[in-house]
Write a protein that binds this ligand. Structure first.
Ligand SMILES: [Ca+2]
Length: 497
């Protein structure tokens, strides 16, 4: 075996045996085996929207944004330094988390309707079939059946193909990002209030670009909907979900996927965060996002759930942070890495990723294990002792050994959408790594190139393109990408065991 740890099913057998011979306890996590009821941990997955690797203080000592809640999570758990979103922007990244499948395998266009096939296993349906109570609070951004551009939608009808049709028992949130109309809340399958009014586009007067600051697009909006209330509303709903779960005395564990709309635009921090950071509206809003995480951690503590809950925090892609912002605020939102959201450089897809599970995950540890969002599915399967179909496993690796610091996982390479392939320290970008945001708003001049090749160990900031120096490495990685593409043609990944 490439890694050395006790298989979960063996652990479960031990626990069942111990349960037959000893008294039950419900007070805390128990890895010795007297608490079989609570052995399957609650899972809280918190996903920030567009938060950079270098925003989180525990990842970047020079970050000018205070992030006490995230720093606490790092101190109480494990911090991954080579973790990658499955895409450089929201939709593919979230698709990878939900399905364990590389987004390369299908077109990532929510205007085609619901992106996740009805029979596809998701992290939510996996946990639900293992008796978890599952909820998504926040941003979905993976489409609904028959909803293409929101024109002509009948808001009295239920939305099909969304979270509650893809494994979640409960959903409260928004269809997409907080700067994309129409603006309204959805609860389970229905609009809480239809977007019957309109709102004009919004801009901050001193923003670096027209897609920075308190930017949102004009369009339809529900009566009473306020952009600045969305983050507090989602936070309150996330806490309420856990409180209600405890109040109902459900014996089943829960899975809460808390999908923030921050610090994505519009950057609309409220007191006491407004004006409090040294990094303008972005820094203020990131502080508020950190506080939302803090409220969830506090609720877990107050509800006595802290010990038996696996908490994971990460961000769906890199920041919207131009070189002009770096200069203006002396803050590097992508930390030591090059680029930003929608690029192919590390700053676009290498993200903060932390996990806490008291008694299981050692506190204040770090891992350089390569990790991709698609690994959540296989990792959660291992946590609950489930087995994935072979087709699902091809893109999803069980990283529980790395999480528990008990061995090395098998993952040695990955792909980011169709633009990047990584193998060990080597990374090949097909074409130019500069994305549409930098091209359109960053005033970055882009020269057409066949590709960019970097050795991340020697050149983590991707400053020296060695594409023409190592043609054999380019060929090797190009073939590797072809393999990834070929593997996908056989993937069906059915829901059933
Ligand atoms: Ca995003």
């Amino acid at each position: 075996m490439p890694f050395n740890y006790i298989p979960y099913r063996f652990l479960v057998l031990l626990l069942v045996f111990a349960a037959c011979t000893g008294p039950r306890s419900t007070s805390s996590v128990n890895i010795q085996g007297t608490n079989p009821v609570k052995e399957q941990p609650n899972i809280v997955l918190i996903l920030a929207d567009d938060m950079g690797y270098g925003d989180v203080h525990s990842y970047n000592r020079e970050s000018k944004i205070p992030t006490p809640a995230l720093d606490r999570l790092a101190a109480e758990g494990i911090k991954f330094t080579d973790a990658h979103a499955a895409g450089s922007w929201c939709v593919p990244s979230r698709y990878g988390i939900m399905t364990g499948q590389y987004p390369l395998r299908k077109p990532m266009d929510v205007k085609r309707g619901s992106l996740i096939a009805p029979d596809r296993l998701t992290i939510a349906s996996l946990l639900r079939r293992n008796d978890y109570h599952t909820a998504l609070i926040g941003k979905w951004h993976l489409g609904f059946d028959g909803v293409k551009d929101w024109e002509g939608v009948d808001y009295r009808r239920p939305f099909e193909g969304g979270p509650v049709d893809r494994g979640f028992d409960y959903f409260f949130g928004m269809h997409a990002s907080l700067d994309i109309a129409p603006y309204f809340y959805i609860e389970n399958k229905r609009a809480v209030a239809a977007p019957t009014q309109t709102i004009a586009e919004n801009q901050s007067p001193d923003a670096t670009s027209t897609i920075s600051g308190a930017f949102w697009r004009g369009g339809n909006i529900a009566p009473g909907f306020k952009h600045e209330e969305v983050l507090p509303t989602f936070t309150q709903k996330a806490v309420a979900f856990m409180q209600n779960h405890v109040k109902a005395k459900k014996r089943q564990p829960f899975f809460l996927y808390f999908s923030l709309t921050a610090p994505h635009t519009p950057w609309v921090a409220q007191p006491p965060f407004k004006g409090k950071s040294q990094v303008g509206e972005y820094g203020d809003f990131t502080m508020q996002a950190d506080d939302a995480v803090g409220q969830v951690l506090k609720a877990l503590e107050e509800l006595g759930l802290q010990e038996n809950t696996l908490v994971i925090f990460t961000s769906d892609n890199g920041p919207v942070w131009f070189e002009k912002d770096v200069q203006r605020f002396s803050h590097r939102a992508a930390g030591p890495y090059r680029g930003m959201k929608l690029d192919a450089y590390e700053g676009a897809h290498r993200v903060p990723f932390m996990a806490r599970w008291p008694g299981k995950i050692e506190s204040n540890t770090a891992s350089a294990q390569l990790l991709c969002f698609t690994d959540m599915l296989a990792t959660f399967a291992e946590v609950v002792g489930d087995t994935l179909p072979a087709e699902v496993k091809q893109d999803s690796y069980n990283l529980l050994p790395a999480l528990l610091n008990k061995g090395v996982a098998r993952r040695e390479g990955l792909i980011i959408e169709g633009h990047t392939v990584r193998e060990g320290d080597w990374k090949l970008i097909f074409g130019n790594g500069t994305g549409v945001l930098q091209r359109q708003w960053g005033q970055v001049s882009v020269s057409p190139v066949k590709g960019e090749l970097y050795n991340l160990k020697e050149d983590p900031a991707e400053t020296n393109n060695v594409y023409t120096t190592y043609p054999e490495k380019v060929l090797e990685l190009t073939r590797r990408m072809e393999q990834y593409r070929a593997e996908g043609t056989t993937s069906t990944a059915p829901l059933s065991k």
